[in-house]
Design a protein around this ligand. Structure first.
Ligand code: NAP
Ligand code: MG
Length: 491
């Protein structure tokens, strides 16, 4: 039976988080507390939030630094990014503990996330030097054509709480590598990891004002940032609802934008799947990181021949999982991020049953640990693809099992969603796997692997309501963080 083990870590004094504007750490007098979702008695940090006027100052600082940053040159820029990478790697354990305490994911997941952030900075350190344009022949004799790549100016970066260091890293590192200034607003629920990253960047040798951090709520600080005419581009990761508002604002003032939003990711399990592989992929994809991943498998679409065995073995596996203290090495799944998300998850477990699902496992609160938001992973079976639990993003440890007749029905069901971020298939058939790669309407396809868990050097993003704009990560990131300029030259 899943249970919460004892909270073992000490309760260090809360960190004080200030904003970084033009190279100075600033406060405003307004504070918000960051609580550990594992133990509400623990205040992880006290966050000094900024005023709208301070957001304006941060954008001005970014504009003012742009020229000095251009003159810095690519080697110094690469060295700065490598400095950040090296320090993140060196401090991955310490920063992993901070991340686990503020967000609630397990320590190995948190250390892994810090490590990923480091490798992203290292990757883009090299890209800062590799950046190049194209030189071509004009169709007119005696004329040369150059296609230059140039920075956009000040980029506004808005990030969610669920990957509080990796998502900032995969936006900040390319933005800086290609010569932009940055104003970043992390999520209020988990700003301490982003703050730690900002503190390292502040010592990396970039001109003051090149990178700015503004702490505060989305509705006040985030909204001011995206509306600011000095912000040339906005990169956002978060919910579909907030993304839609950001898109409208950016369109209205002609700013470039990129959105990474929700998912309702399917994992198809076919009769010929290796059931052990399928169960691992499903349990990892649906429930690890407490199901709080945009790439989480929330719809398990299973063909009828393997359905009962798959459900039985998945329930067996869930029984073995330990839900508990993120810092305990025995823990598999940490708490849900906050009370609002916990209530939402619990409500969907109810909604699913009202809609006709059977609760095959979990769903309740882990008893005895009411000081944190520990939820037993919930598996809803006998679901249809039309139910709210199968169409709406829950963003917690709740997954539905949808039984289908055959492969064709499975593909049709997988694609029958407004989202399209990640999709997986478990099969031993090369024919089905190949066909699924072609037919899946999603930006990421996984064969015999969880829908979540991605490399940092290849494109990331989805289709439909999941994403908008240029892909993130790897060399493809340069499409968003640069623009081309075409230069004609009489030879
Ligand atoms: P969210 O509520 O949309 O918030 C995301 C960020 O936007 C936060 O920093 C938030 O600030 C800010 N924000 C809110 N209103 C704003 C406004 N009017 N103007 C500017 N910024 C505003 O998302 P979340 O709850 O943090 O994260 C969960 C969501 O993120 C899920 O839907 C998940 O699928 C998605 N996600 C997607 C990906 C992906 O790559 N596709 C990755 C991870 C997560 P505050 O919260 O501080 O108020
Ligand atoms: Mg939110």
């Amino acid at each position: 039976m899943a249970y919460a083990n004892q909270i073992q870590y000490s309760n260090p004094a809360p960190l004080t988080l200030n904003s970084l504007i033009g190279g100075e750490w600033v406060t405003s007098g307004n504070v918000s507390n960051v609580y550990s979702p594992a133990d509400l008695d623990q205040v992880v940090a006290v966050c000094n939030t900024v005023t709208a006027e301070q957001v304006d100052s941060a954008v001005s600082a970014g504009q003012a630094a742009f020229e000095a940053n251009r003159n810095l040159g690519t080697q110094a820029r690469a060295d700065s990014l490598e400095f950040v990478a090296a320090e993140l790697l060196h401090r991955k354990q310490e920063l992993g503990v901070l991340l686990a305490r503020e967000e609630g994911k397990t320590l190995p997941e948190a250390v892994g996330e810090v490590t990923r952030a480091a490798y992203i900075f290292r990757f883009f350190a090299a890209e800062a030097i590799r950046i190049s344009g194209e030189l071509g022949e004009s169709v007119r004799p005696g004329v040369r054509v150059e296609v230059m790549r140039e920075a956009l100016g000040v980029v506004g970066i808005i990030t969610p709480w669920n990957f509080p260091i990796a998502i900032p890293a995969w936006k900040i590192a390319p933005a800086l590598a290609y010569g932009n200034s940055v104003v970043m607003k992390p999520a209020e629920l988990a700003p301490a990891s982003s703050h730690a990253l900002a503190e390292i960047i502040s010592r990396s040798g970039l001109p003051a004002g090149t990178f700015n951090l503004v702490l505060g709520s989305g509705s006040k600080v985030g909204q001011r940032l995206i509306e600011h005419p000095g912000v040339a581009a906005v990169s956002f990761t978060g919910s579909q609802q907030v993304g839609a508002g950001i898109a409208a604002t950016c369109v209205s003032r002609g700013a470039k934008y990129q959105l990474e939003m929700g998912g309702k990711n399917p994992l198809v399990v076919l009769d010929d799947a290796d059931v052990a592989v399928a169960v691992e992929a499903a349990v990892n994809g649906a429930f690890f990181s407490t199901g709080q991943r945009c790439t989480a498998s929330s719809r398990l679409i299973v063909t009828k021949g393997i359905h009962d065995e798959f459900v039985e073995k998945t329930v067996d596996r869930l029984r073995d999982l330990v839900v508990g203290d993120p810092l305990d090495t025995a823990t598999d799944i940490g708490p849900v991020v906050d009370e609002r998300q916990y209530r939402k998850n619990a409500e969907y477990v109810e909604i699913g049953q009202t809609e006709g699902c059977e609760l095959a496992f979990g769903g309740g609160r882990v008893s005895g640990y009411e000081n944190g938001f520990f939820q037993v992973p919930a598996l809803l079976v006998n679901a249809t693809n039309q139910m709210r639990v199968s169409t709406e993003e829950i963003f917690g440890p709740v997954a539905t099992v949808i039984k289908v007749d055959d492969y064709d029905a499975a593909v049709a069901t997988a694609n029958d969603t407004e989202f399209g971020l990640s999709a997986g298939i478990c099969t031993q058939s090369h024919r089905f796997a190949t066909d699924f790669k072609l037919k899946s309407q999603s930006g990421l396809v996984m064969v015999n692997l969880p829908t979540a868990g991605l490399d940092y050097h290849v494109p990331f993003g989805g289709v439909g309501a999941s994403s908008y704009g240029a892909r993130e990560q790897g060399v493809h990131a340069r499409e968003f963080y640069t623009r081309t300029k075409t230069v004609y030259d009489l030879a």
